[in-house]
Design a protein around this ligand. Sequence first.
Ligand code: SAM
Length: 291
Amino acid sequence: MRIADKAVTRAVLERHGFTFKKSFGQNFLTDTNILQKIVDTAEIDQNANVIEIGPGIGALTEFLAESAAEVMAFEIDDRLIPILADTLRDFDNVKIVNEDILKSDLQTRIKDFANPDLPIKVVANLPYYITTPILMHLIESKILFSEFVVMMQREVADRISAEPNTKAYGSLSIAVQYYMEAKVAFIVPRTVFVPAPNVDSAILKMVRRDQPLVKVQDEDFFFDITKAAFVHRRKTLWNNLTNRFGKSEEVKAKLEQALAAADIKPTIRGEALSITDFAKLSDALQEADLK
Ligand code: SAM
């Protein structure tokens, strides 16, 4: 029997008198086939350390611990710590960290892996209310995670993996795809969770690129421009850029010069620009002295 078997999950919750906290995004997986598929998608073996975010009662942790060298799992809810000590008592390669992942100093934490030289994969059924902040926290930690295999709201997975000229494409797609190759691995129906969420979910696999997709002069400025271009999705790039930089004749002349240098039409919308186009645009804006 597995922790995720419905009868086992029910018994664990009852034994510990656990009640779900909506504000922590607690939807526990109760489908062992899906859990196996997640571990297969992440290609976990003894040559990988795993970071899990939000182990809950340990449904996914159990599968990860069976395959990985070591698992470090961050759980914010104090009430789950004694439960995890119970459900995962047979494993000596699991370390539970009772911490808010957004506040954790990951660079320091990862030194606690018995073998810190192994590649680190992030595998998790994420709390949906903070999916994007968690991904950005992981990316910004500058730790060279080899990949993320994470469950999230299907709509967010679609946005992250979106291509230009689609409704889902935006600054989030660019922020992630700059560093990682992102692909939806499979869709998960809401019926396999207790309690069932209001939306369907997807497993998104993100594999780190050897180097960022494009080379830019200034990364912060590049991300700033990608955000500015999508502030009003239905407006042209020109409108969004004049909102960002101002509407004086001097600014307009510089904008025209930069757009011409990047070979981009001002009447285009942000969603039509590839990540390479955004790199050319941000470099050209900088060269035209727009900051
Ligand atoms: N992994 C379990 C499963 O699949 O059944 C539970 C997943 S549940 C969607 C999300 C988990 O993340 C919960 O256990 C919740 O308490 C935890 N959590 C929520 N916010 C967190 C945070 N900021 N840091 C760490 N864990 C968090």
